[in-house]
Design a protein around this ligand. Structure first.
Ligand code: MV4
Length: 459
């Protein structure tokens, strides 16, 4: 087992990795930017190294800075968390060259799955259902028109290097295609440095459902069931839950089998997430594979009892998975709310000093956060301040538990998304489980209408 792990991240996920390391008896190294000098991940790590100024390009995103910190402190592995360098095939490669274990999949697997057109091809070959679309990147308007005509409108253009919605364009008629192809290509080039795009049939208002997997270096792969992540705004998830009300036990077994086979086919190791769209008929279509630990992993930890971060560390150290598929059960229901430092009405960021911070406990409540009274939420990074995750015997109990937890949470000094979450949890469609990726747009539109009609009525 590793003796010392460097955590190449900040905030709640850096603390989450420290929790796992402490329980495993592994020493930790925190890295931090000048803006994070006083944060909890620095306080609770055994060692810490300042790796640069607040700007993440010069600190948390700097491979030389992170690698130097690992070399200086003699860390034998690096956990990248999520965001920043988590899906950098380059960091994984440099780690290999330096004989430091990267806690994630092999560099060539990260690279394969990071190219969405290559990933589509690999998944199709492995028997994963994909949407009809182009065979690879589309390099001319003529080819794009031909493909779109064969698919039938609407179609969607996506960046090969994309993910998270950047460089995407929906096209509803042939006349819009030329312009959308140009703008998508330009956007992709600017955002990722790679302008290649591909085309897929567009699915209207799908559900977003993802399967968590784990694979070790001895050929064992298991799935830990699904999470429903349809409640998002501008490709930022706000609330996730598991299991999905739209997935039956039979579907879970079938799709679980599909993703396990696919992970084996690409020799996937460590933790990963297979993202799917589900249409209104219950059909699954592959979107992409996330080759990192995800923000919403606690939902799965609650329903399966598996500590995913500990498994990641064990896997990277060459140990076998601690669970077999037959041992994994899916118990009760879990919901996560992402509490962001933002205005719940305008979604404008709301960084600053938190003057009071208190979240209730009680049965089935978990809070993953770096926040405490008098801590600072810096303006330089993402706005996540806390994840509140609950577990109940069923969905109804989980919803009630999340409501009482949010109602009794005190965060003063900054604005947070808590009022927005309470509105989501009070929505009859949400309570009925009728979710799709258009949910937030509808909720916000309804709120705006209510505001227009009568300011007094809007809560
Ligand atoms: C789609 C789609 C409909 N049809 N692909 C958005 C993020 C990226 N990972 C894929 N996305 C989508 N791809 C086809 N062929 C709709 C979305 C989409 C979406 C997906 C998941 C979660 C939220 C979303 C919100 C809007 C659009």
């Amino acid at each position: 087992m590793f003796k010392k792990i460097l955590i190449a991240n900040r905030g709640e996920i850096a603390l989450r990795v420290i929790y796992a390391c402490r329980e495993l008896g592994i020493k930790t190294v925190a890295v931090y930017s000048e803006a994070d000098e006083n944060s909890l991940h620095v306080r609770f790590a055994d060692e810490d190294v300042c790796i640069g100024p607040a700007k993440s390009a010069d600190s948390y995103l700097s491979v030389p800075a992170v690698l130097s910190a690992a070399e200086i402190t003699g860390a034998d592995a690096i956990h990248p968390g999520y965001g920043f360098l988590a899906e950098s095939a380059y960091l994984a490669e440099v780690c290999e060259a330096c004989h430091i274990k990267f806690i994630g999949p092999a560099p060539n697997v990260i690279r394969l799955l990071g190219d969405k057109a290559r990933a589509r091809r690999a998944m199709k070959k492995a028997g994963v259902p994909i949407l009809p679309g182009s065979d690879g990147p589309v390099d001319s308007e003529e080819k794009a028109q031909k493909i779109a005509k064969d698919l039938g409108f609407p179609v969607i253009i996506k960046a090969v290097a994309g993910g998270g919605g950047r460089g995407m364009r929906v096209i509803r008629a042939a006349g819009e295609l030329a312009k959308s192809l140009k703008t998508a290509t330009r956007e992709a080039e600017a955002a990722f440095g790679v302008g290649d795009v591909y085309i897929e049939k567009f699915v209207e208002n799908p559900r977003h459902i993802e399967f968590q997997i784990l694979g070790d270096h001895h050929g064992a792969v298991v799935h830990l069931g699904e999470r429903e992540c349809s409640i998002q705004r501008r490709h930022q998830k706000l609330l996730e839950e598991g299991p999905s009300v739209a997935v039956t036990e039979k579907m879970r077994r079938r799709m679980g089998g599909v993703v396990v086979d696919a992970a084996r086919a690409v020799q996937y190791t460590n933790a990963g997430t297979f993202e799917f769209l589900m249409d209104d008929k219950g059909n699954f279509f592959f979107l992409e594979v996330n080759t990192r630990i995800q923000v919403e992993h606690p939902v799965t930890e609650f329903i399966t009892g598996v500590d995913i971060v500990k498994e990641q560390i064990r896997i990277a150290a060459g140990e076998r998975l601690s669970v077999r598929q037959g041992d994994i059960t899916f118990d009760g229901h879990s919901i996560e709310c992402r509490i962001n430092a933002e205005d719940p009405e305008t979604f404008a960021p709301s960084p600053g000093v938190i003057h009071a911070f208190s979240v209730p406990g009680g049965p089935g409540v978990r809070v993953d956060t770096f926040a405490h009274s008098e801590c600072t939420v810096p303006p330089y990074y993402d706005s996540l301040v806390a994840k509140i995750i609950v577990h109940g015997r069923d969905r109804q109990e989980a919803i009630a538990r999340m409501r009482r937890t949010l109602e009794m949470t005190v965060i003063e000094g900054i604005k947070t998304s808590i009022p927005l979450h309470l509105r989501i949890l009070a929505d009859p469609e949400f309570v009925a489980g009728r979710l799709n990726t258009g949910f937030m747009e509808r909720l916000i539109a309804e709120k705006n209408t209510a505001n227009g009609d009568s300011l007094a009525e809007a809560v």
